[in-house]
Design a protein around this ligand. Structure first.
Ligand code: TRP
Length: 336
């Protein structure tokens, strides 16, 4: 498919907050990887956004950025087809953020629910930073810099997308039709439970990481919570209350076998140990190749950095065109 035949442009991104887990893989990355067939894609590691809450902890930032890039590449984001780049490698984003900030009423930012949450959880006595308030403006700059029409994100990002659309409308209204209004594309978020049955999250320490070894995955699966009423072999179970059953649903491709597992669990014939072993085998069949690729990439960080360097160049080529257009529309171009 040539570029002009594609359905449009995508930009999405992650903050480099830590190693990604199979919840990210199932809920986001597989989706992004599939979209590469139909869209021209830009995927951004939003390191500046990470500083909106952790500006005093930058020493491990390069490491975190590299690890996200490795997770992405292992998950099938393809630098031959997509542009993978680091936000801070494209300083044009800061300029567009500044200019879009001019047209953004502070009240829009103050009532953003993610901002209100963050402020409620602040432990720093100096109060919310200007950078934190401006988070959605920076995200608008990320998206509009590439004139993306589609932004695949989770539901938590919808308020930011709405602010982006409002900024676009206001900006275009003053300066001409420069930016398209981007649409959110909600990932059908497969809610992956962690080993304790709660939503998988690194902060709950219940996550199966793409960086785990096969042994670690097996160990974590063995420790997974099950139906609390099924204590020993022979007790009838309740698959709908059991996180292991969610794994069967996700990774067992034979629907008849899923039904059988349900029946065998409910009757007590299938014990949790065997049930988990079967789920683990299917999980490893599906995600093992990603984990394997991840190991190879982690041993070849020169390649990973080269991908990001090339991505930065491609992103900057687009960004400098957009900024030339923006400067001219805003009459900021007297000297060229
Ligand atoms: N705010 C997003 C998150 O926390 C990360 C992000 C930064 C982003 N810029 C973006 C997502 C642009 C989509 C588009 O996950």
């Amino acid at each position: 498919m040539t570029l002009s035949e594609k359905k449009g442009r995508i930009l999405s991104g992650h903050r480099p907050t830590g190693l990604l887990h199979i919840g990210h893989y199932e809920g986001t990355l597989r989706n992004w990887a599939a979209l590469q067939d139909d869209y021209e894609c830009f995927f951004e590691i939003a390191d500046w956004h990470a500083l909106t809450t952790r500006y005093d902890q930058t020493a491990d930032l390069p490491e975190r950025v590299e690890q996200i890039a490795i997770d992405w590449l292992a998950s099938g984001l393809d630098p031959e087809r997509s542009t993978l780049f680091v936000q801070s490698d494209v300083p044009e984003h800061a300029e567009l953020y500044l200019l879009q900030g001019m047209v953004t009423p502070v009240s829009w930012l103050e009532r953003c629910p993610t901002y209100k949450d963050q402020v409620a959880n602040l432990t720093d006595g100096s109060g919310p930073g200007f950078g934190l308030l401006g988070y959605p403006v920076l995200q608008a700059a990320d998206i509009t810099m590439y004139k993306a029409n589609v932004v695949p994100v989770g539901e938590d990002q919808l308020p930011h997308l709405e602010i982006t659309r409002e900024i676009v409308r206001r900006f275009n209204n003053f300066f001409g039709d420069i930016f398209p209004e981007p649409e959110a594309l909600l990932s059908k978020f497969a809610l992956v439970p962690g080993t304790d049955g709660r939503k998988m999250s690194k902060s709950y320490d219940n996550a199966i990481l793409l960086a785990d070894s096969i042994d670690e995955v097996a160990q974590k699966m063995r420790s997974m919570f099950t139906d609390p009423e099924k204590l020993r072999m022979g007790d009838p179970g309740h698959p709908d209350r059991c996180p292991v059953f969610v794994y069967h649903r996700m990774y067992q491709d034979d629907p008849e076998r899923i039904e059988e597992i349900k029946v065998e669990c409910e009757s007590g014939d299938l014990g949790c140990v065997n049930c988990k072993a079967e789920a683990t085998e299917k999980l490893i069949e599906a995600v093992g190749p990603v984990m394997e690729r991840r190991r190879e990439l982690a041993a070849n960080t020169d390649y990973v950095r080269a991908v990001l360097a090339e991505g930065a160049e491609k992103a900057r080529a687009v960004a400098s065109e957009t900024m030339a257009e923006v400067r001219s529309a805003m009459s900021l171009n007297l000297t060229g």
